[in-house]
Design a protein around this ligand. Structure first.
Ligand SMILES: [Zn+2]
Length: 97
């Protein structure tokens, strides 16, 4: 598969630059498909599409109160990270406290 996963989200916010950004619950979505990577139909769940926003989240991401994103779908995370790990192998080094 050559297409990069984009974002589908339950709500949206408009940034200072006027570009729509995803908010609420975010899923990975492959442009051209009518469902998310985890299998939710976009039309029935009313998820908005953000073809200009790559799904670039990691399970280590920390969401803050100021962040418009409240929930990142773990199934979409797992699906996209598995793919990313195949492209470039990296080893996460746990920093010592
Ligand atoms: Zn999902």
């Amino acid at each position: 598969m050559s297409s990069t996963p984009a974002v589908a989200a339950s709500s949206e916010v408009v940034g200072a630059d006027g570009v729509r950004q995803p908010g609420g619950e975010v899923h990975a979505w492959l442009p051209g498909q009518n469902q998310t990577v985890c299998g939710l139909p976009l039309s029935r769940t009313r998820l908005r599409r953000f073809p200009h926003v790559p799904f670039d989240y990691a399970s280590t991401d920390v969401l803050t109160q100021a962040d418009p994103v409240g929930f990142i779908c773990p199934r979409c995370l797992a699906a996209t990270q598995g793919r990313r790990r195949q492209e470039r192998s990296w080893v996460r080094q746990s920093p010592r406290p």
